[in-house]
Design a protein around this ligand. Structure first.
Ligand code: NOJ
Length: 958
């Protein structure tokens, strides 16, 4: 409920507006002129023109690509053949195609160009650029899941002009491959879910020599041979080479994913119209200063992975291409399309993907649930890393903590005000003149002393290390970069020089395998002097950001190892750095292997294996707070869930209300870090006046209290790709009313449903509940029930709207500590809510939180269950060489309390429960207290000190 606005005299109103305009810093907006629109990007314009042309011609449009039937072969789960492209002048171009049917039920379609595979082309301007289409994206992105299915078979019942392949679980999937024009329909249980080239927009711009013509050419060649933007000219030595494809999802009304964009969870249409975008969603990793909201503009990271969703069915596609990519989205009423056979079919969503270079390499997932899609996508690109435990706690950052004494003082202040935190961060300015791997000797004379002080309370430090290397003679990193030949080159084969934080800079080329041992060596304690094992790394600016480059990045005709143009690999540039930094952090001290922690700004599919990310340089406005939730949720369902937004907003100064609400929202980001621009005022939580300081501290403590649930959710993400915070459609895939909701979230599988307040002067909120279970207010147990509607929940400033669904058991730790690692030996509390059948379940995963010993069984994984008046804990773990040792170490850690919300009334008469612990000779008892509540609040009962071992199997009988 918003506060009502005071009505007043017109002049008073005008003066107020003027006054407010003077004191409030408005959210600044992006400089559009620095970034291309589709019209300004040659290949985007050409592919859109193709789509317009096809639409204008309607039924008479003919896609000029035919799969030559004589070339088709099917062997060992793979279909191969040659697509013939016929040009308007009747030239023929041969495009080898492979469709692989993978064991996981995923299908992969690759189309390349024969001439370029053979190197049978000429590259202009004497460029050394590789003649092939870039085919190494998978080397950096894919880790597994490529085994082809032995059971995929050709279907003999196929119409002429088609080749059909049965595959997937129990052969329930079928790929219907049309020869002319080439196209594929992917069916599940006889129904088509994904169509390729259904609209005839398939496009592979074949290589051609530049012909100097007299007079006009038949085709518009204006963007074929070079392109200029913002004073930079791209020489395009290989001419036009884009690839494009339309992908239709018949009967699907929502598409999600393809981060990173500051936009709604459910993606919008992009061809104009009310509420729609005019531009396609762009993926070209970029440092976008003061980015705008509700926009398809590109941002820092790119994951070309999309899910289409409708009631009870999710399918997906992954476009494995590292070059600049755009995606157009349009929707149409399904009943206008005779192909929409399903009863669900209300809308068809049509997407059109195009990339500037590379080959077509597409993975098709047939679901049928978002869970299955993320599992199979994770098999390919890897699951989210299980981070060190500290990494999921609270991070305190700003640009900059200015001296080592400053760091120690901030550290001490957190303790003084009893606010927990785990990690303090150093931005740019700790370095000697922006030379990474060095310290400013005046401001940070004693980095080791600082790190040791932090270590006293088991705290960590993260230091910024960017991929641009200051171009000066007296800097060992620069000297080595040059002498070892590890820098990115310009189009003429000289070391590329651009402008970034240090001024004139060169860039390490992580595509060069020789850069890996060098990068590892730089992180060793004897090279990065002053660093210790509680120092971790922030890789920023790795899009790469180049202040004087085209669109603030590198020229596309720069050259990387293997003579690949920057154009070929742009979107995986940051990913390659991450892989190297990960290896560098793995074993800085011989024998001391710890899980690395790296924050990256630029990312691509696969970055989830090594790092966390954040939404970049946001602003201290309510709108930026609000957009952070759909952005975080989108990354979660796109396979990279370890993400957050700068709490408080990077640019400008948030007022106390905004900052407070931001903390209350920020505790629900998987990556929870406050950060601020160098020009902002200090805003560490202890500096904020009361009551806001206490409210913020309580929010942070809530995060710490729930760390066991968070870590369990991180573990789940690390083994099956489940998002750490989940959107409504993921949890309730059959409830259409919830599909587009992007401002409330579920924490893992805990049943905790949070709806942070995202607007000013708002003291109630509406939480949408999909099912008819009871939901309880987390703090006072007020009951909300009623499926398919919004429930008004009070949200005074000191309260986070948070419900817990009936049917869950949530582990938490209630003793406040200074940092999360100091909670290691603390006992647990279990919170239990019953579902309609009087049952509940939950789980807990825990390990040492820093080493890889969990891979050898050193972890605790419990399944809690309540049924028939018995609460039990069962083992989910698989034993390994280190299990016994770990369980012994954890033997003293117990459950100190069980809280049952809304227990059966007959428990009023009970005073005790019986406890039977595995291995114990006899049962024991613990007290049970029943607390009656009135006025819409559920009663609750508490089992005090059951003291059962957290690593043990046990039963508590009520
Ligand atoms: C850009 C990053 O996005 C921001 O978080 C950081 O503070 C500045 N670089 C300075 O390093």
């Amino acid at each position: 409920m918003a506060k009502s606005r005071p009505t007043s005299h017109w002049t008073l109103f005008v003066s107020l507006v003027v006054l407010i305009a003077c004191i409030v810093v408005p959210g600044a907006t992006v400089k559009h002129e620095n970034f291309k629109t589709c019209q300004q990007s040659g290949f985007c314009k050409r592919n859109r023109a193709l789509a317009d042309n096809a639409a204008a011609q309607g039924a008479s449009w003919n896609s000029p690509y035919e799969l030559d039937p004589a070339t088709i072969q099917f062997k060992d789960g793979q279909l191969t053949g040659v697509i013939i492209k016929t040009t308007s002048t009747n030239e023929k171009h041969r495009l080898p195609v492979t469709v692989s049917f993978l064991e996981s039920g995923v299908a992969r379609v690759i189309v390349d160009e024969e001439k370029r595979l053979k190197g049978d082309i000429e590259v202009r301007h004497g460029s050394k650029a590789n003649k092939k289409r870039y085919d190494e994206t998978e080397k950096w992105v894919l880790v597994d899941g490529l085994k082809v299915s032995k059971s995929a078979t050709l279907n003999s019942q196929t119409n002429s002009g088609f080749t059909n392949v049965l595959y997937g679980p129990e052969d329930k999937y079928q790929a219907v491959i049309r020869h002319s024009p080439f196209g594929v329909e992917f069916q599940r249980d006889g129904e088509t879910h994904v169509q390729l080239n259904h609209q005839g927009l398939f496009n592979l711009e074949h290589w051609r020599p530049k012909v100097e013509r007299e007079g006009e050419s038949e085709e518009d060649e204006s963007t074929w041979w070079e392109e200029s933007f913002g004073g930079n000219t791209d020489t395009k030595p290989r001419g036009p080479e884009s690839v494009g494809l339309d992908i239709t999802f018949p009967g699907y009304g929502h598409v999600f994913g393809i981060p990173e964009h500051a936009d709604s969870l459910s993606l919008r249409e992009t061809r104009g119209g009310p509420g729609n975008h005019e531009q396609p969603y762009r993926m070209y990793n970029s440092d976008v200063f003061e980015y705008e909201l509700d926009s398809p503009m590109t941002l820092y990271g790119a994951i070309p992975f999309m899910q289409a969703h409708r009631k009870n069915s999710t399918v997906g596609v992954f476009w494995l291409n590292a070059a600049e990519t755009w995606v157009d989205i349009t929707k149409e009423a399904a009943n206008s399309n005779p192909l929409a056979m399903s009863s669900h079919a209300k809308t068809n969503t049509k997407t059109h993907w195009f990339s500037e270079a590379g080959r077509i390499d597409l993975f098709v997932f047939l679901g049928p649930s978002p869970q299955e899609i993320l599992k199979t996508y994770g098999q390919l690109t890897g699951y989210s890393q299980l981070p060190q435990h500290f990494a999921i706690a609270y991070h305190q950052c700003r640009w900059n903590y200015v001296t080592d004494e400053d760091v120690k003082e901030v550290d001490a202040k957190f303790d003084k005000y009893q606010i927990p935190y785990d990690v303090i961060w150093l931005d740019l300015e700790y370095t000697d003149d922006r030379k990474y791997f060095t310290w400013d000797s005046l401001t940070f004379p004693n980095p080791k002393g600082m790190l040791e002080k932090l270590d006293e309370s088991d705290r960590k430090l993260v230091a910024l290390i960017d991929p641009h290397i200051k171009n000066v003679d007296n800097y060992f990193v620069s000297q080595e970069l040059k002498s070892k030949g590890l820098a990115v080159l310009n189009k003429d084969g000289e070391i590329y020089d651009g402008w970034c934080w240090p001024g004139s800079s060169n860039w390490v080329d992580c595509f060069n395998p020789a850069a890996l041992p060098w990068w590892i060596s730089l992180h060793k304690f004897d090279r990065f002097k002053g660093s210790l094992s509680n120092l971790f790394v922030w890789n920023d600016m790795s899009e790469p950001s180049v202040f004087n480059g085209p669109e603030t990045t590198m020229p596309k005709d720069n050259l990387h190892f293997g003579d690949w143009e920057h154009r070929d690999i742009h979107n995986i540039n940051g990913l390659t750095l991450l892989g190297y930094s990960y290896d560098a952090l793995l074993e800085r001290k011989k024998g001391e292997v710890r899980r690395p922690f790296i924050l990256t700004r630029s990312y691509y599919a696969g970055a989830q294996r090594t790092s966390a990310t954040w939404t970049g340089d946001n602003q201290a406005t309510w709108e930026h707070l609000a957009i952070s939730l759909p952005m975080v949720l989108t990354n979660g369902i796109a396979g990279f869930p370890f993400i957050g937004a700068d709490v408080g907003g990077f640019f400008h100064n948030p007022d106390k209300d905004l900052l407070t609400r931001w903390y209350q929202a920020g505790i629900w980001y998987p990556f929870f870090r406050a950060h601020a621009h160098i020009d902002t005022r200090r805003r560490e939580p202890y500096l904020i006046s009361e009551p806001h300081r206490t409210i913020i501290s309580q929010a942070i403590r809530l995060r710490y209290q729930l760390l066991p649930a968070w870590y369990t959710a991180f573990h789940e993400a690390s083994i099956n790709g489940a998002p750490i915070v989940r959107p409504q459609y993921y949890v309730f895939p059959d409830d259409e009313a919830g599909f587009a909701i992007g401002d409330q979230l579920y924490l893992g599988a805990t049943g905790l449903l949070a709806k942070p307040v995202l607007t000013p002067d708002t003291f109630t909120t509406d939480i949408y509940i999909a099912d008819d279970e009871k939901y309880y207010d987390y703090f006072d147990f007020t009951v909300y029930q009623g499926a398919g509607k919004r429930h008004t929940v009070p949200a005074p400033e000191d309260k986070i709207p948070l419900l817990i669904q009936g049917g869950h058991i949530v582990p938490r730790r209630d003793r406040p500590r200074r940092s999360s690692n100091l909670m290691k030996w603390d006992p647990y509390t279990l919170i239990l809510t019953l579902n309609k059948n009087g049952q509940s379940e939950g789980s807990l995963y825990f390990d040492d939180g820093e080493t890889f010993d969990y891979e050898k069984g050193a972890y605790i994984h419990r399944h809690f269950q309540f049924r028939d008046s018995v609460l039990s804990s069962d083992d989910l773990a698989t034993k390994g060489a280190k299990t016994a040792e770990y369980l012994k170490a954890m033997a003293g850690v117990t459950v100190e309390r069980v809280v049952i919300i809304d227990p059966p009334q007959e428990w009023k008469a009970k005073n005790t429960v019986t406890i039977i612990e595995d291995g114990a000779k006899a049962g024991s008892t613990a007290s049970l207290q029943f607390y009656e509540q009135q006025g819409g609040k559920a009663s609750y009962a508490v089992v005090k000190s059951p003291n059962v071992g957290i690593g043990k199997s046990w039963r508590i009988e009520f």
